[in-house]
Design a protein around this ligand. Structure first.
Ligand SMILES: [Zn+2]
Length: 81
Protein backbone atom coordinates (compact mmCIF):
# COMPACT_ATOMS: atom_id res chain seq x y z
CA UNK A 1 0.00 0.00 0.00
CA UNK A 2 1.52 3.28 -1.10
CA UNK A 3 0.90 6.27 1.12
CA UNK A 4 2.17 9.54 -0.23
CA UNK A 5 -0.67 11.70 1.03
CA UNK A 6 -0.31 12.69 4.67
CA UNK A 7 -3.62 14.54 4.71
CA UNK A 8 -5.62 11.42 5.46
CA UNK A 9 -4.65 11.58 9.14
CA UNK A 10 -5.70 15.19 9.37
CA UNK A 11 -2.32 16.83 8.80
CA UNK A 12 -2.28 19.69 6.35
CA UNK A 13 -0.43 18.58 3.18
CA UNK A 14 1.62 21.79 3.30
CA UNK A 15 2.89 20.80 6.73
CA UNK A 16 4.56 17.70 5.30
CA UNK A 17 6.57 19.80 2.86
CA UNK A 18 7.31 22.44 5.48
CA UNK A 19 8.59 19.85 7.96
CA UNK A 20 11.75 19.49 5.86
CA UNK A 21 12.45 23.21 6.28
CA UNK A 22 12.82 23.78 10.03
CA UNK A 23 14.19 27.30 9.62
CA UNK A 24 10.95 28.23 7.86
CA UNK A 25 8.44 26.86 10.35
CA UNK A 26 10.55 28.06 13.28
CA UNK A 27 10.29 31.58 11.85
CA UNK A 28 6.54 31.13 11.42
CA UNK A 29 6.14 29.90 15.02
CA UNK A 30 8.20 32.89 16.12
CA UNK A 31 6.21 35.53 14.26
CA UNK A 32 2.66 34.18 14.19
CA UNK A 33 1.81 34.68 17.84
CA UNK A 34 -1.25 35.80 19.78
CA UNK A 35 -1.34 39.59 20.12
CA UNK A 36 -3.04 39.22 23.49
CA UNK A 37 -6.50 39.74 22.01
CA UNK A 38 -6.85 36.44 20.16
CA UNK A 39 -5.48 37.82 16.90
CA UNK A 40 -2.33 36.90 14.98
CA UNK A 41 0.40 39.55 15.21
CA UNK A 42 2.00 38.63 11.87
CA UNK A 43 -1.26 38.37 9.90
CA UNK A 44 -2.69 41.59 11.30
CA UNK A 45 -2.63 44.59 9.01
CA UNK A 46 -3.96 48.11 9.12
CA UNK A 47 -6.96 47.51 6.88
CA UNK A 48 -8.55 44.63 8.78
CA UNK A 49 -9.43 43.83 12.35
CA UNK A 50 -6.97 40.95 12.22
CA UNK A 51 -6.92 37.22 11.75
CA UNK A 52 -8.12 35.01 14.61
CA UNK A 53 -5.20 33.23 16.24
CA UNK A 54 -4.00 30.54 15.71
CA UNK A 55 -4.04 31.50 12.04
CA UNK A 56 -3.71 29.04 9.18
CA UNK A 57 0.05 29.54 8.94
CA UNK A 58 0.46 28.97 12.67
CA UNK A 59 -1.48 25.70 12.47
CA UNK A 60 0.57 24.53 9.47
CA UNK A 61 3.83 25.46 11.22
CA UNK A 62 2.81 23.56 14.35
CA UNK A 63 1.90 20.52 12.25
CA UNK A 64 5.27 20.78 10.50
CA UNK A 65 7.06 20.98 13.85
CA UNK A 66 5.22 17.88 15.01
CA UNK A 67 6.15 15.97 11.86
CA UNK A 68 9.77 17.15 12.14
CA UNK A 69 10.02 16.10 15.77
CA UNK A 70 8.47 12.71 14.97
CA UNK A 71 11.05 12.22 12.23
CA UNK A 72 13.90 13.27 14.53
CA UNK A 73 12.67 10.82 17.16
CA UNK A 74 12.59 8.06 14.55
CA UNK A 75 16.28 8.48 13.65
CA UNK A 76 18.37 5.73 15.30
CA UNK A 77 20.79 7.06 17.89
CA UNK A 78 23.89 5.84 16.07
CA UNK A 79 22.93 7.96 13.05
CA UNK A 80 22.00 11.00 15.11
CA UNK A 81 25.52 11.23 16.42
ZN1 LIG B 1 -0.54 34.49 11.29
Amino acid sequence: MDRYDVSEDGVNPHAGALAAMPEVWRRLLDSHVDDGHGRCVACRNSSTAGVPWPCTLRVIAEDAAGIYNDEQAAIPRELAG
